[in-house]
Design a protein around this ligand. Sequence first.
Ligand code: URA
Length: 232
Amino acid sequence: MAAAAPVARPSAGSVAPVHVPAPAAPPVARVLPADIAAMDWDALQQAVAGCTACGLCQSRKKTVFGVGDTQARWLVVGEAPGENEDLQGEPFVGQAGQLLDNMLKAVGLNRGATGTQGVFIANVLKCRPPANRNPLPQEVATCEPYLRRQVALLQPQIILALGRFAAQSLLQATVPDVATIPLGKLRGQVHRYDGVPVIVSYHPAYLLRTPQDKAKAWADLCLALDVAKRAS
Ligand code: URA
């Protein structure tokens, strides 16, 4: 029989540090509420606030449901919360948000106003992707029922889709292979999302980097204004 290998016993004073693994984070139940399509506004807001349907719930500080007048004719849809939005729980509060506010002001809209000046601003994703990375297709698909229900409850006369993630999410059912179409080619037309007219435009963060395209964004706003006026 082979002799058992001697066990080296640490002598007093030379005790090796014991590695105690950090406690594992509690598992997240990745479940999207089943009845989103039947929720009223308050229930929807609460469902978003407590959502654990994708991994973004583990890194977010606050969910970002949206801001503005729930009776507004205009719905503006952006991409996802960034760092400031994650901290404050409100969409478009950074530099891109200031540009968006100025653009909206130019067509008589204000996120704090009601009536004809009212606007509701939301994002495709309600939680911030870490380090501002692009939303993953799975995250967009998981979050989509919330935006769909927001649209159904708001019943806006016009949706302004800002940037490729908003455009792709809103037009995937009506524009074949939308993900392969450059944003510029989706502009200048009236699309539809669940029957609501959609105008595609550039994301304000892109316009900050590419100010020469601001004139095109202005043309998009004018088209949206025109469509909204004809609908009212
Ligand atoms: N960019 C977005 O698309 N949404 C925000 O809320 C902020 C920045």
